[in-house]
Design a protein around this ligand. Structure first.
Ligand code: GDP
Ligand code: IMO
Ligand code: MG
Length: 427
C-alpha cells in the first residue's frame, strides 16, 4: 500500500481539516507530518465546530488511528488543552492517538524568542502566529532540540534547563526580559506529565508496518505550499517543508511509497500575516470575500487578506507536490459576484510571465486577469455535482484544463456534508 498525501496549495487555510474529515472513512490511519500549533484546521459536523492545532483531523472517527509524526513540533500546553477538549466531547484520545518520539517540543522560551525576533524585525516582521515554530525548528536543525522521547529519560529536566539557559542568553541579545517564566515553566512541566499518559511510538515503524499490512494511510499537511521554507515566498514563510516531500521526512515514508496527492485550494486566495500576495484585493470585492468567507484566522483570529485565484502560483504548487487530484473549497463564497477574475499571468520586470518568479517581493509581480461570468445561485444546499450552475461548471472546467489535473471534489460549505463529488471519488 502507498501513503496518500493531502496538503494545501496556497498560503494555508484552504480547508484541509474539513477535507481530511470527509476522506477519513476511506483510511485506517491519519498522520500529521509537519508544522505545529501555528495550524488551525476546522471541522464542522452535527452542529459543532472543532478547531484542531496539533492533532490530526481523523480523531472523530473511532475506527481510525491518528499519528502525530516526527516532523511536527508540539507545544505540550496547547496539546493538553486540545486533548482535554476532545475528551470532553467524548473522543477516547488514548485509543485514537499516538505521538512520534521524534517529534520536537516547543518550550515556553521558544515562544518568547519568536515574539522577540518578530518585534526586532519591526515593519519587516513575518506575521508569525508566535507559537514558537521558527525557534523550535531552528533548534531541531541546530541539533539542540528536545524531543518527545526525551520526556521518558532521567536527564530530561537537565536537558531542558540547558536549552533554556541558551535561550535566555539569546533573549538578552534581543533586550528581552522574560516575564512570568516560572509560571509558564510550571504549567509546561504539568503538560509534559500529561503527555506521559498518552502513547508515544516510533511512528516511522508503525506507519511502514501499516503499509505492509495493506492499511490505508493518509498524510495530513499543515500550512500551504506557498509557505514552504524552500519554495514559498521566502522569508515570509513558515519553518518547515509543507510540500509533499515533507510527508516523506515528516513520517519516515520513502518517496516511492507516495500514492495519491490531494491538493486543496480555495476558489479564491487568502493569506494571513505579511508577505507578497499578487492578487490581493483592497476594494469591496476583497471585503466581500472576507465577510462571506468568514476569513478570520482559526488560530489567531486575525483577518485574512483576500484576493482572486492565482494560476501561476497554483501551477507552481501542483508541480512541486506532484498533485494527482485537486479539491476546490469555498466555491459557495463566490456566489453573487457579477464576474469572477482569475490571474493567468504576471507583469514582471517588463515582461508577461506565467510562472512564480524568484523575486516575489511586494509589487514585483502584478497580475493579469481573465474575467469569467459569475453565478447568483446559493450553492450551500447542493449535494449533486450535476446541479452546479453552468457558470460554476465553466469555472471548474476552465481551471481543470489550465491546471492539467482533475478537480474531484468541490466543497460548498464548512459542514462535512457540504461536498460535491466528481468522478466517484468517495463512492
Ligand atoms: P485549514 O487550515 O486548511 O484546515 O483551513 P481552516 O480551518 O483554517 O480555514 C478554512 C475555513 O473555511 C474554516 O472555517 C472551514 O470551516 C471553512 N470551510 C471549509 N470548506 C468550506 C467551504 O467549502 N465553504 C465555506 N463557506 N467554508 C468552508
Ligand atoms: P493551517 O495549517 C495560514 C503563516 C503565518 C505567518 C507565517 C509564519 O491552518 O493552514 P509561523 O507561526 O509558522 O512562524 O508563521 O505563516 N501561517 C499560516 N497561515 N494557515 C496556517 O496553517 C499557518 N501557519 C502559519 O500567518 O504568515
Ligand atoms: Mg487553518
Amino acid at each position: 500500500m502507498k501513503v496518500d498525501v493531502l496538503l494545501g496549495l496556497q498560503w494555508g487555510d484552504e480547508g484541509k481539516g474539513k477535507i481530511v474529515d470527509v476522506l477519513t472513512p476511506n483510511y485506517d490511519v491519519i498522520a500529521r507530518f509537519q508544522g505545529g500549533p501555528n495550524a488551525g484546521h476546522t471541522l464542522e459536523f452535527d452542529g459543532h465546530k472543532h478547531v484542531l492545532h496539533t492533532i490530526p483531523s481523523g480523531v472523530f472517527r473511532s475506527e481510525t488511528h491518528n499519528i502525530i509524526g516526527n516532523g511536527v513540533v508540539i507545544d505540550p500546553v496547547i496539546f493538553q488543552r486540545e486533548v482535554e477538549a476532545l475528551e470532553a466531547h467524548g473522543v477516547e484520545m488514548k485509543k485514537v492517538l499516538s505521538i512520534s518520539r521524534k517529534a520536537h517540543l516547543i518550550l515556553p522560551t521558544h515562544c518568547l524568542l519568536d515574539k522577540a525576533s518578530e518585534s526586532a524585525k519591526g515593519k519587516k516582521k513575518i506575521g508569525s502566529t508566535l507559537k514558537g515554530i521558527g525557534p523550535t525548528y531552528m533548534d531541531k536543525t541546530g541539533r539542540n532540540g528536545l524531543r518527545v522521547g526525551d520526556i521518558d529519560r532521567p536527564d530530561f529536566e537537565s536537558k531542558y534547563r540547558h536549552l533554556v539557559e541558551k535561550h535566555l542568553d539569546l533573549l538578552k541579545r534581543f533586550n528581552h526580559e522574560p516575564e512570568h517564566l516560572e509560571e509558564l515553566e510550571s504549567k509546561w512541566m504539568d503538560s509534559i506529565a500529561f503527555m506521559r499518559q498518552l502513547p508515544r511510538i516510533d511512528s516511522e515503524h508503525t506507519i511502514n508496518h501499516h503499509l505492509l499490512q495493506s492499511d490505508k494511510v493518509l498524510a495530513e499537511g499543515a500550512q500551504g505550499s506557498l509557505l514552504d521554507i524552500d519554495f514559498g515566498s521566502y522569508p515570509f514563510v513558515t519553518s518547515s517543508n509543507t510540500i509533499c516531500a515533507g510527508a516523506c521526512t515528516g513520517l519516515g515514508v520513502a518517496p516511492n511509497r507516495i500514492g495519491e496527492v490531494y491538493g486543496i485550494f480555495k476558489a479564491y486566495c487568502t493569506r494571513v500575516g505579511s508577505g507578497p500576495f499578487p492578487t490581493e484585493l483592497f476594494d469591496e470585492d476583497g471585503e466581500r470575500l472576507r465577510a462571506i468567507g468568514h476569513e478570520f484566522g482559526a488560530t489567531t483570529g486575525r483577518p485574512r487578506r483576500c484576493g482572486w485565484l492565482d494560476l501561476p502560483a497554483l501551477k507552481y504548487a501542483i508541480m512541486l507536490n506532484g498533485v494527482t487530484q485537486l479539491i476546490m473549497t469555498k466555491a459557495d463564497v463566490l456566489s453573487g459576484f457579477e464576474t469572477i477574475k482569475v490571474c493567468t499571468h504576471y507583469h514582471y520586470e517588463g515582461n508577461e510571465i506565467d510562472y512564480f518568479p524568484y523575486d516575489m517581493s511586494e509589487n514585483a509581480a502584478t497580475p493579469i486577469y481573465k474575467e469569467m461570468p459569475g453565478w447568483k445561485q446559493d450553492l450551500t444546499e447542493l449535494r449533486e455535482i450535476d446541479t452546479m450552475p453552468e457558470a460554476l461548471k465553466s469555472y471548474v472546467n476552465y481551471l481543470e484544463a489550465e491546471l492539467g489535473v482533475p478537480i474531484t471534489i468541490v466543497s460548498v460549505g464548512p459542514d462535512r456534508s457540504q461536498i460535491l463529488v466528481r468522478e466517484g471519488q468517495l463512492a
